[in-house]
Write a protein that binds this ligand. Structure first.
Ligand code: CA
Length: 467
């Protein structure tokens, strides 16, 4: 395929990046992000899972590129999604905690200064849809329809019951506590919906329908499964596949992953049937690492889990497919991050983001045109205490409340050997990069899930919905 490389300078962007014009592509591709929720690094076939087959998800890796060093910008759901959808480190705009279920609080979510990837792509004529979990605010002003999405089917809070008979609250006005956010009926745009299927199956069904309905125009689909996030709920047809797993929590987890995998398989089938697979760029990743105790996920051999900045919290299953453009079956091991998805979409559609973005267009790197590392460094800030991490190609530094750990992350991905005491010049160089990055951040803008009680005291009318 002939490729014409252009260097596009985007005014207002903090980065110059290579845009690629593909001679055989008349228009920019459809874009699909499939986001799993709390999926362990090693719980997909393409990362070596043995007890949970994922033939559907693995198709993306076989058709495209597996990013073995794929990261997200935060170790829990909400801030990670804020980074993903804006292409910016969420700490630049204070989205540094998991938002509470607070339907009366307009500040609990994305500030109006931020442009979502959906809003960006609408500017390029895309039809935009989100299915599943939002978790970027529950106030009406934070609704996906107000944030660039033409279509929304799902729920607004950070998790949900999977069986529709457990969705016993009609809408948020019947909520009386944080946990009630898991029990509301689903929403189709502004309307309460009566779902009858297991939630993962429902979102897969809707994804297939969205693609069929929008096959004649460019579309952006953000398929944000809540699987395999807690509560651990799987239907019998999926559980039956895993009778060989004795641990009941792991068995349920496997069934939840398998349901998602079936849905992804069906979505890929639909794209092929409609002959859209050559014109659709697909990303698959998890929003954070597996919370191994909560849902029995598996991040091995990575150390740590969701919520922390060892690799198990932030390095996630990550694969990218674009048939005919990206090489099939390639493994790419330079560090990349979820923020790159926005930058890639902006470059492909020649849209200029409103704000400076932190990602890079991944295509030249994944095709092999560009050999250098995509990022000088990747950065993380923790939610409450003094907690920071930085990753370069060679090194990873984690600083928390007086402790400093430095790992030769390329050779020591298990983070076993802290070499902070003998690092020489590497340590101050990383500290310098981190200090420069911190200058662009603002304090957390709202209280989060961990401050639920404090928030209740400050907002005694939080769940008072009397007219
Ligand atoms: Ca999550």
């Amino acid at each position: 395929m002939k490729k014409l490389l252009l260097t596009i300078s985007l005014a207002g962007s903090c980065l110059l990046y290579n845009g690629i014009l593909y001679a055989q592509q008349q228009t920019a591709p459809n874009i699909i992000i499939i986001l799993a929720d709390d999926l362990g690094y090693s719980d997909v076939g393409f990362n070596g899972s043995k007890d949970i087959p994922t033939p559907g998800i693995d198709r993306i890796a076989k058709n495209g590129v597996t990013c073995t060093n794929g990261y997200v910008s935060f170790a829990v759901c909400g801030p990670s999604r804020a980074g993903l959808i804006t292409g910016r480190y969420q700490d630049r705009f204070g989205f540094s905690r998991n938002p509470l279920y607070a339907p009366k609080d307009s500040t609990m979510g994305l500030p109006s200064s931020e442009q979502t990837m959906a809003a960006l792509l609408k500017g390029a004529g895309y039809r935009t849809g989100i299915l599943g979990k939002w978790h970027l605010g529950t106030h009406p002003s934070q609704h996906p329809n107000r944030k660039g999405f033409d279509e929304f089917y799902g729920f607004l809070d950070g998790g949900h019951h999977y069986f529709p008979e457990l969705l016993v609250l009609r809408d948020h006005t019947e909520s009386r506590s944080q946990n009630d956010g898991y029990k509301t009926k689903l929403i189709r745009n502004q309307q309460v919906a009566e779902e009858t299927e297991y939630l993962t199956d429902a979102f897969s069904r809707e994804a297939v329908q969205f693609v069929k309905s929008n096959a004649q125009q460019p579309f952006f689909l953000y398929l944000a499964y809540n699987a395999p996030h807690t509560p651990m709920q799987a239907s019998e047809n999926y559980l039956q596949r895993f009778s060989h797993i004795k641990d009941p929590k792991r068995r349920t987890y496997a069934a939840m992953v398998s349901a998602m995998d079936d849905g992804i398989n069906a979505l890929l089938n639909t794209l092929e049937e409609l002959k859209l697979d050559d014109n659709t760029l697909i990303f698959f990743l998890s929003d954070n690492g597996g919370p191994t105790n909560d849902n029995a996920s598996n991040n091995k051999p990575l150390r740590g889990a969701k919520g922390g900045y060892y690799e198990g919290g932030i390095r996630v299953p990550f694969a990218v497919q674009w048939k005919g453009v990206l090489p099939a079956g390639k493994v790419y091991d330079m560090p990349v991050i979820s923020l790159d998805i926005f930058a890639t979409a902006a470059a492909l559609t020649k849209q200029q983001p409103i704000n400076p973005i932190d990602g890079v267009n991944l295509l030249p790197y994944l095709t092999g045109t560009e050999k250098s590392p995509p990022h000088k460094a990747l950065y993380w800030r923790g939610p409450r205490k003094e907690l920071y991490a930085i990753r370069t190609v060679e090194d990873k530094l984690i600083i928390q409340e007086g402790s400093t750990e430095l790992f030769d992350i390329r050779m020591d991905k298990e983070e076993k050997n802290n070499r902070a005491g003998s690092a020489g010049a590497a340590l101050p160089a990383l500290e310098q990069l981190l200090a420069a990055w911190k200058k662009g951040l603002v304090p957390p803008a709202f209280l989060g899930l961990l401050e639920n009680e404090e928030y209740n005291k400050l907002h005694p009318d939080r769940f008072n919905f009397k007219k």
